[in-house]
Write a protein that binds this ligand. Structure first.
Ligand code: NDP
Length: 288
């Protein structure tokens, strides 16, 4: 069996096109242009590329984007002051603080400081709580993108055993949370695995849907995958100037029923969902 390729690049383009139409309609009705403020601290080249891609996607969809670049030596207070200014600025609807932050800054403190209505990454505890309770305000961009990819491939999550590799606040935990919710794109039986999980292969081999978000290049081998499983690769790892995922793509593609490539799978979806969240944020703030 050769797997169906879940093409995140194409789906992202389609969704961004739809968002552009929604943004145009919103702006025409309200006179407001949704505005994403991105904050980049330091000089991590990968982060700079991510932020640039997000900004470009905003502009293409008719959203305004501004970049606040801070030096690697920025203090926690300086960053908190900038976040406070962006919260007070009524023309800004979404605030994105690109991670990781330099060592001297407590990431959690900064993410908690973002106003929940401007929290387009859905990292604020209020938004996480709403998600867990099944009444999300914003869905976290990467897991939401995965959910959209599954839907686009007509992959049934209801009753499926979904195994999520990784328990980060950004990907693993919210992914598992979304899959276990009642309703469309959910209703899965979910197992979360992490670095302390015993007999990992035995568990992954029971997955109907296997989602890898661990940050180890080609960690998931064909032996870890049940024939016919759907494999979603969230990982982005740079190896000798090449991007590879957390899944050994070539061998796994031969036994999976569907798979996402890296690049061109989950990555572009994250950006498409961020644009949707920025529009949602603008709607919520305009209607207040
Ligand atoms: P983190 O480093 O925050 O989390 C990694 C998780 O993997 C942890 O829960 C860790 O377990 C677990 N893990 C590590 N080693 C193993 C192992 N040997 N066996 C089982 N579990 C293990 O990573 P992120 O969630 O932030 O990111 C994961 C990957 O996804 C990265 O490659 C990142 O670049 C990529 N990414 C891609 C995005 C996209 O848009 N496509 C967006 C965000 C991330 P423990 O908790 O025990 O340490």
């Amino acid at each position: 069996m050769t797997a169906q390729i879940l093409d995140g690049k194409a789906l992202s383009a389609k969704l961004r096109h739809e968002t552009a139409a929604d943004v145009a309609e919103f702006t025409q009705k309200t006179g407001v242009t949704p505005h994403l403020a991105a904050v980049l601290v330091g000089e991590d080249p990968a982060s700079a590329v991510y932020v640039r891609n997000k900004q470009r996607a905003c502009e293409q969809a008719g959203l305004k984007s501004t970049l606040h670049r801070l030096s690697p030596e920025t203090s926690q207070q300086e960053l908190l002051d900038l976040v406070a200014r962006l919260i007070d600025d009524n023309s800004v609807h979404g605030i994105l603080v690109q991670l990781p932050l330099p060592k001297q800054i407590d990431e959690r403190l900064v993410l908690d400081a973002v106003h929940p209505l401007k929290d387009v990454d859905a990292f604020h505890p209020e938004n996480v709580g709403l998600l867990v309770q099944g009444r999300p305000r914003f869905l976290p961009c990467t897991p939401w993108g995965v959910q959209q990819l599954l839907a686009s491939g007509n992959i049934e999550t209801a009753g499926a055993h979904a195994v999520v590799l990784g328990r980060s606040e950004i990907v693993g935990k919210p992914m598992a949370n979304m899959l276990v919710q009642r309703g469309k794109g959910g209703d899965a039986t979910v197992t979360i695995c992490h670095s302390k999980t015993r007999d990992l292969t035995e568990i992954t081999r029971t997955a109907d849907i296997l989602i890898a978000a661990i940050g180890l290049p080609e960690f998931v081998t064909a032996e870890m995958v049940k024939p016919g499983a759907v494999v979603i690769d969230v990982g982005i790892n740079r190896v000798n100037d090449k991007l590879v995922g957390d899944v050994a793509y070539e061998p796994v593609k031969e036994i999976a029923s569907a798979i996402t490539p890296v690049p061109g799978g989950v990555g572009p979806m994250t950006i498409a969902m961020l644009l949707k969240n920025t529009l949602t944020a603008a709607r919520l703030q305009v209607s207040r």
